[in-house]
Design a protein around this ligand. Structure first.
Ligand code: C2E
Ligand code: CA
Ligand code: CA
Length: 456
């Protein structure tokens, strides 16, 4: 099913020979991105063996183990060729069904499994009563993120078990997801036109000398009915409805226009990084769009950085690498965002047409607590440098982390230690005050962002 990058080593559960939880999540992550970019529906079924502990205590562990093997085998037989069957917990299995037509299709699969597993199994001369309970979740209906999809399916399973039902489909998602999404979709339609979108900027500094080298542009939506919204709320909706292309075009143009304005105001030049959405590379006009924006705002070559997540790059390296090359030829720089979370292989370093690598904040956060994570960062830096790739650490929150990064020869840093994301005018003041040394800009007050200060 999933053309997985060469580095990805599927791991199996030794008892059943099925994929394990981690492998399941890796493949689900990739297939969810594919579903989001190419449309369609994907189903996740979590299948729990009822009262498995009781089977173990009544019939013994040997029969217990054989029961799991048999259930795994039956699931595999029921699955279509392209479905993935995994064992994700001691008595829990999961199925990934790509390309389902609708919710009914997933329900049909669940009821088939439930029926097949109703009769007692003959194991070692014993009649073992086996039954299962199933939770179902769909991408993108319930979520487009692997972990959250699995969680939705697991919650549905819990609900089914409490209600004594064989299977249950996850609840329509509350608040900002489904119930509310419809209004959100409609409001989002006119957000660009009504000038409700805004770019916040978070500075990036040079670790060795403290200069401000650039900024990442992070989108905010001043929704008239809901206040200032974070991208996590509306970007997934925009991706699903196709609005994202308009938003990306707006972000590219706004970032370059404001970079020029800031340069004129302060006399300082810097990179501006714009995030690419999961389906950016499906847009045949992307290259023209980038070229057009750079020309319109007279952007010097190398000023615009396009941030592409590692998982997007690795979902389809062949075609994505080709587009990246063309974007670089057009004068943009390519940065691999959230690096370290997408399981790419070392051999990609040789081929990846990137200028910059952004180490995911998870590693940076753990760096000062765990030597293993610190070594990991150190290796990433060394490797990137061998291929002439600049390294940015994101999510830098402490002086200690910044010092360690300097020791590791990491090129740049971004994070709350230096500054939270801020509105454009504040950012210009920041650059004015601290272009040569960010610490001099620390006196510029950054307005608090509603609802964000308590964030982890
Ligand atoms: P990202 O690209 O990983 O962006 C970094 C996120 O980390 C930002 O969240 C930023 O506010 C947050 N952050 C900054 N400093 C720290 C820190 O010291 N510690 C921690 N833990 N976090 C920090 P934000 O602004 O909510 O953006 C979330 C995500 O939304 C971004 O993640 C990016 O994937 C997406 N996004 C933002 N702007 C755009 C956009 O214009 N277009 C698209 N397609 N996606 C965007
Ligand atoms: Ca980013
Ligand atoms: Ca990131």
């Amino acid at each position: 099913m999933s053309a997985t990058p060469e580095s990805f080593e599927p791991r199996t559960d030794p008892l059943t020979g099925l994929s394990d939880r981690r492998t399941f999540l890796t493949i689900l992550r990739r297939d969810a991105i594919r579903t989001m970019t190419s449309g369609g529906l994907l189903a996740v079924l979590v299948v729990n063996v009822d009262q498995f502990r009781r089977i173990n205590s009544v019939f013994g562990f040997n029969v217990g183990d054989k029961t799991l093997i048999r259930v795994g085998r039956m699931l595999k037989e029921l699955a279509r060729r392209n479905d993935l069957v995994a064992r994700i917990g001691s008595d829990e299995f999961a199925l990934l069904l790509p390309g389902v037509m609708n919710e009914g299709h997933a329900v049909l699969a669940a009821s088939k499994i439930e029926r097949q597993l109703q009769a007692p199994l003959e194991i070692e001369g014993e009649r073992v009563p086996v039954s299962v309970t199933i939770g179902i979740a769909l991408c993108p209906t319930h979520s487009s993120h692997a972990e959250s999809l699995l969680k939705h399916a697991e919650l549905a399973l819990l609900k089914a078990r409490r209600a004594g039902l064989g299977y249950v489909v996850a609840e329509p998602v509350k608040t900002f997801e489904i119930a509310d999404t419809w209004d959100l979709e409609i409001e989002l339609e006119s957000a660009v036109e009504n000038e409700e979108l805004e770019l916040y900027y978070q500075p990036q500094i040079s670790v060795s000398d403290g200069r401000i080298t650039g900024a990442e542009a992070l989108m905010r939506w001043n929704s008239p009915s809901r206040g200032l919204l974070r991208p996590g709320v509306f970007i997934p909706v925009a991706e699903r409805t196709g609005r994202i292309q308009g938003l990306t075009q707006w972000a590219l143009n706004t970032a370059l226009r404001q970079a020029r304005e800031c340069r004129e105001r302060t006399g300082h030049d810097f990179h501006v990084a714009v995030n690419m959405p999961a389906n950016a590379f499906q847009n045949p006009q992307l290259i023209e769009l980038v070229k057009g924006a750079m020309k319109l705002w007279d952007a010097p070559g190398g000023q615009l950085v396009l941030e592409v997540t590692e998982s997007l790059a690795m979902a389809d390296p062949e075609s994505v690498f080709g587009i990246m090359k063309r974007l670089r030829e057009a004068g943009a720089l390519i940065s691999i965002d959230d690096f370290g979370t997408g399981y790419s292989s070392l051999s990609y370093f040789r081929d990846i047409p990137a200028d910059e690598l952004k180490i995911d904040k998870i590693f940076v956060k753990r760096m000062t607590e765990s030597e293993a994570d610190a070594s990991l960062i150190s290796v990433m830096v060394e490797l990137a440098h061998r291929f002439d790739i600049t390294v940015v650490a994101e999510g830098v929150e402490t002086e200690e982390a910044l010092t360690r990064l300097a020791e590791m020869d990491c090129d740049r840093a971004q994070g709350r230690l230096m500054a939270r994301p801020m509105p454009f005018d504040t950012f210009c003041e920041w650059v004015g005050a601290g272009a040569a040394d960010w610490r001099a800009a620390a006196k510029v007050p950054i307005p608090p962002e509603p609802g964000r200060d308590d964030e982890p």
